[in-house]
Design a protein around this ligand. Structure first.
Ligand code: NI
Length: 141
């Protein structure tokens, strides 16, 4: 088994606000990150896939193919969007880095051929990132 990682960047706005909680609860839980007007991040996403090398080509997935899948399924969907407002899943689920990483996994998982997803790593800031290995067992639709 060998692992390949592709890194992409996108910019998006979000707010950490749960409409099912009262404004006071939100304030207490999320503080300034819960400003309903939103704030932006320059996200960095690293997608790691794993597979067995094809003897003929020397790789298991063409990097350009992987790049196109990530672009179509994630970057084109999130880039320059207000995530809470424009992405259906995040109208009901708080767009934390954690939930976003799981959502990314669900978008990519079924699109890969000859390899499988190993890790989704999403940086919200230079110093904070989340990693997801597909083991939460939750259905994201
Ligand atoms: Ni934020």
């Amino acid at each position: 088994m060998i692992y390949l990682t592709r890194r992409v960047e996108f910019s998006a706005a979000h707010t950490l606000y749960n409409p099912d909680m009262s404004p006071e609860e939100n304030e207490q839980c999320f503080g300034k990150c819960g400003n309903p007007k939103g704030h932006g991040h320059n996200y960095v996403l690293e997608i790691t896939v794993k597979g067995e090398i094809d003897k003929k080509t020397g790789f298991f997935i063409n990097v350009d193919t992987l790049k196109q899948i990530i672009r179509a399924e994630v970057v084109d969907v999130l880039d320059h969007r207000f995530i809470n407002v424009e992405i259906d899943y995040f109208k009901k689920n708080v767009p934390t880095c954690e939930n976003m990483a799981m959502w990314v996994w669900s978008r990519l998982e079924s699109k890969l051929e000859n390899c499988s997803l190993h890790r989704v790593r999403l940086y919200e800031t230079r110093n904070n990132y989340v990693e997801y290995y597909g083991d939460a067992g939750e259905e994201i639709r």
